[in-house]
Design a protein around this ligand. Structure first.
Ligand SMILES: O=C(O)CCC(=O)C(=O)O
Length: 221
């Protein structure tokens, strides 16, 4: 469900908030669709096409592995820095340090969007080959806020929240390549998110900090 807020006579069928985002590649978080959960911010064009090309070249050389979940392999491939999450043992484990080029892109996204994700602790790079999805989930409580950068192609970012037995409130947001989102507060903690199988190769770079309990108690998962 994606409410269209433009007047009916308007030729552009994109929702008002997405059009705003498209015409206003700005320093500040966009006024997003009011139907979207509080705590979800979205901003387009946070990196230039040139930055995207360079990033994709660097990303191509990263040591991706198939996503592992309780003995199953997902279709997407991932590589983690700072911390990686071991789903079999329900535990976050220290990973290789975050490479400088990812620290630099984290800085650039914050400068371009106005989003704040302080105390960067983890970067997860995910490769979605055509047909690869990510299923409904909330991020692990070990992590706090999540800032995500989309690269190479667009996708449908779906969110849902249980409102009654078996009933969900659902919204979705199209994530354009070179756009970023910030998930915090209610959107981060009370809503689940997922991406249906992508049509074309897509990469995401997600940046996370640690919840304060995880900072003091490293056994916190
Ligand atoms: O690809 C994305 O932007 C979403 C990634 C995600 O939901 C996750 O890593 O938990």
């Amino acid at each position: 469900m994606q409410p269209h807020l433009l007047p009916p006579h308007h030729k552009d069928k994109r929702p008002f908030w997405s059009l705003m985002a498209a015409i206003q590649p700005s320093l500040f978080p966009m006024p997003v669709d009011p139907a979207l959960p509080p705590g979800l911010l979205y901003c387009v064009d946070v990196v230039t096409p040139e930055d995207e090309r360079c990033l994709l070249d660097r990303i191509a050389n990263l040591p991706f592995k198939k996503f592992q979940f309780h003995g199953f392999e997902g279709k997407r491939r991932v590589v983690s820095f700072g911390w990686c999450y071991d789903f079999s043992n329900h535990k976050a484990l220290p990973a290789d340090p975050i490479p400088d080029f990812l620290v630099e892109i984290h800085r650039k996204i914050q400068a371009a969007s106005g989003f704040a994700l302080p105390n960067l602790a983890q970067v997860l790079v995910t490769e979605y080959a055509p047909g690869a999805p990510i299923d409904w989930h909330k991020d692990r409580p070990f992590f706090d806020d999540v800032m995500g950068l989309s690269l190479a192609s667009a996708c449908n970012f779906r969110l849902r929240k249980s409102v009654d037995k078996g009933k969900w409130r659902r919204v979705s947001l199209r994530l354009e390549p070179r756009s970023a989102y910030l998930l915090q507060g209610v959107a981060r903690r009370e809503w689940e998110h997922s991406i249906p199988p992508v049509e074309s190769l897509r990469y995401s770079v997600t940046f996370r900090n640690l919840r304060s309990s995880a900072r003091t108690d490293r056994s916190f998962a």
